[in-house]
Design a protein around this ligand. Structure first.
Ligand SMILES: [Zn+2]
Ligand SMILES: [Zn+2]
Length: 423
């Protein structure tokens, strides 16, 4: 039996699991202040949910999906991202019927078959929000602000973050622009990598994303979509920027930001950090997807959202020296002098736990000396010592591990005395 987790996955041991819970709690606190409610969708969907939404020509769909046939002969895919599932669920349950607005957040694992590298796993964890039914630019500014404030709430310094902003246009202005970029790529094919040349036929805007310096150089001479937006898209984009300006959220316009999914329209954004991630420096991002519901044969429903990666956010936090607060595993350790008082020790631990105090005891037959060592390792502030003498007197000894001071405490007043000592 191979006791190793599969390539590209990692066990979340307590230190990391605690960080994940901290990120979820922080999200819950912040997002609910903006009116977002939790949603949990299945970890797998009918494959079509992703191929229709994300687009056949994207890296995700063409190379990275975990797709398999289940025993009923259905094509099933482990979710590679969260938005498609949330939009599918909103349509299925009519959350935006009659012009209603849905504001939802999610947190959980996603799956992509990629070459594992720092901060990029095959099973990775994301937190995201989606707003469905809102077309106004205030919704864009709100979603972007929530992402910015979230990273601030985790302690990332604002000056280490860079918010990139762009508009991808819509069905009125993007097709002509796509064609012009496809033509540009064909005309400059000699200076571009093979993949970019191929993108002229499949997904020309992705050529702006190429990491190859030669390609970047060539593409920098291509016309920018923000100069070719239709009037409605230009006005929407200007309003998003004005709202961000009014809130003092700093952004950098980056017309090469296209994000890797086909469903985006108009606003797209990404937050990058300087430290900890090498060249893969985006920790979260998202955008508007006003046509996505129609891909599922639903009614036209504007929407937008963001997703942030747990692993990359954690790396950024570590690089910034931010520690996730660890709660005490034992405020009080209950030590027994010998086996004759085991039942009393166990009962006292339970009384303190019922009173809301973190109490721990030995389950391994340790000597008194090694029980004290264990109490030290757990960071217990007090050790309650019970022996036959104490039990006979209806008392226990409470030792302050800092001052080494010892007091006798009446067993009947255990909860109140220990709580008062802990302050
Ligand atoms: Zn290229
Ligand atoms: Zn447009």
């Amino acid at each position: 039996m191979n006791a190793q987790a599969p390539k590209g996955t990692a066990d979340m041991l307590p230190d990391v699991a605690r960080a994940w819970e901290h990120l979820q709690r922080t999200a819950q606190d912040l997002f609910s202040r903006y009116g977002y409610e939790p949603v949990y969708t299945p970890l797998f969907e009918h494959t079509e949910v992703f191929t229709r939404a994300i687009g056949e020509a994207t890296d995700i769909v063409s190379k990275e999906m975990y797709t398999f046939e289940d025993k009923g002969g259905r094509s099933i895919t482990l979710r590679p991202e969260g938005t498609a599932s949330v939009v599918r669920a909103s349509l299925e349950h009519n959350l935006t019927a009659n012009g209603a607005q849905a504001k939802l957040y999610y947190a959980g694992p996603m799956f992509r078959y990629e070459r594992p590298q720092k901060g990029r796993m095959r099973q990775f964890w994301q937190i995201g929000i989606e707003v469905l039914g809102a077309a106004e630019p205030t919704a864009d500014a709100e979603v972007i602000t929530v992402l910015w404030r979230y990273f601030e709430a985790l302690g990332l310094p604002a000056e280490s973050m860079r918010l990139l902003l762009n508009s991808m246009g819509d069905e009125n202005c993007r097709p002509a622009y796509r064609d012009s970029i496809a033509t540009f790529i064909r005309e400059h094919a000699r200076g571009l990598c093979e993949e970019c040349v191929r993108r002229a036929e499949t997904n020309p805007l992705r050529a702006f994303d190429c990491k190859n310096p030669g390609c970047r150089e060539v593409m920098s001479a291509a016309s920018l979509l923000r100069d070719e937006l239709c009037d409605e898209c230009a006005a929407h984009y200007a309003a998003v920027k004005a709202h961000l300006d009014a809130l003092g959220i700093p952004y950098v316009e980056d017309s090469t930001l296209v994000r890797g999914l086909d469903y985006y329209t108009r606003t797209v954004f990404e937050i990058q950090v300087d430290a900890g991630l090498g060249s893969q420096n985006a920790i979260g991002g998202g955008g508007r997807y006003d046509r996505l519901m129609e891909e599922y044969d639903g009614p036209p429903t504007p929407g937008l959202g963001f997703a942030l990666g747990f692993e990359r956010t954690l790396l950024a936090m570590q690089a910034a020296g931010i520690e996730v607060p660890a709660p005490s595993r034992a405020e009080v350790y209950i030590a027994r002098v010998d086996d004759s008082v085991t039942a009393e020790v166990f009962a006292l631990a339970q009384r303190l736990r019922d009173a809301g105090i973190a109490a721990e005891l030995d389950h391994q037959g340790r000597s008194l000396k090694s029980q004290f060592k264990q109490a030290d390792r757990l960071g217990a502030r007090f050790v309650a010592v019970l022996g036959p003498d104490e039990v006979a007197a209806g008392e226990f000894t409470l030792r302050d591990m800092g001052t080494k001071e010892e007091t006798r405490v009446a067993m009947s007043a255990a909860e109140a005395t220990v709580a008062a000592s802990l302050g």
